[in-house]
Design a protein around this ligand. Structure first.
Ligand SMILES: CC(C)(COP(=O)(O)OP(=O)(O)OC[C@H]1O[C@@H](n2cnc3c(N)ncnc32)[C@H](O)[C@@H]1OP(=O)(O)O)[C@@H](O)C(=O)NCCC(=O)NCCS
Length: 191
């Protein structure tokens, strides 16, 4: 009998409503650099990696996305609107077994259109549909009000505060942890 030894993965392309999530490819280097360079001022307060962002670090990130996708360590997607890169969103397996963490950023020209909320909603649904995944978390610095509004709007529950691994320049380094369980997701939303 043949056994599939690989990890279960979400789809490579996800319809998130106002955006399409398509997994990052190494071929996205030019377009993604343009998107990040066009948003650096907006990203730097909250994303430590934005401090020393360069074409080389982005090439490393995209190569890492490919490896992580294969290993199941992370599933990172470009957020596409009309084919253009409007941000990034992903699922990371770094919070222990049975759980995935969602991360996101949105290009400054595309904010306040519901893209982070729609992307996080789509990824939550996909994550909780994976075998063995019962919890999804979103973690943000306590001063990052915009980021915290996303899990709140989706019905995540604030479960704890814990120090972040890296203090973002605009924050205190104290993280707020929001969680959605499979049972709650099914119960709070008709899916
Ligand atoms: C946080 C971020 C991803 C939100 O993206 P977005 O697509 O604009 O978010 P949404 O449009 O889905 O907004 C969801 C809610 O967040 C809140 N919000 C968004 N931007 C806000 C802002 N600048 N100030 C206050 N609240 C804000 C609002 O309540 C909004 O709902 P509303 O528009 O119905 O009032 C985006 O601002 C960003 O990329 N920030 C920098 C990077 C970052 O902080 N990433 C997260 C790290 S944990």
């Amino acid at each position: 009998m043949r056994h599939d030894a690989g990890p279960s993965r979400p789809p490579e392309v996800i319809d998130a409503g106002p955006a399409i999530l398509r997994r990052w490819l190494v071929a996205d280097l030019d377009a993604s650099c343009e998107a990040v360079f066009g948003s650096l001022e907006h990203l730097r307060p909250w994303l430590p990696w934005a401090a020393d962002f360069s074409r080389a670090t982005q090439a490393e990130f995209l190569a890492g996305c490919e490896l992580n996708w294969q290993s199941g360590e992370a599933f990172d997607y470009a957020v596409l609107v009309g084919g253009a890169i409007a941000g990034s969103a992903g699922l990371m397996a770094r919070i222990g077994p049975g759980a995935l963490e969602i991360g996101y950023w949105v290009h400054q020209a595309y904010t306040r259109r519901g893209l982070a909320t729609a992307s996080a909603a789509a990824l939550t649904g996909q994550a909780l549909a994976l075998p063995g995944i019962a919890r999804v978390q979103i973690v943000h610095d306590e001063l990052n009000v915009a980021s915290g509004a996303v899990p709140r709007k989706l019905g995540f529950v604030k479960i704890e505060r814990r120090p972040l691994d890296h203090r973002p320049p605009g924050g205190t380094g104290m993280g707020v942890v929001w969680e959605m369980t499979r049972r709650r997701w099914r119960g709070t939303v008709c899916r």
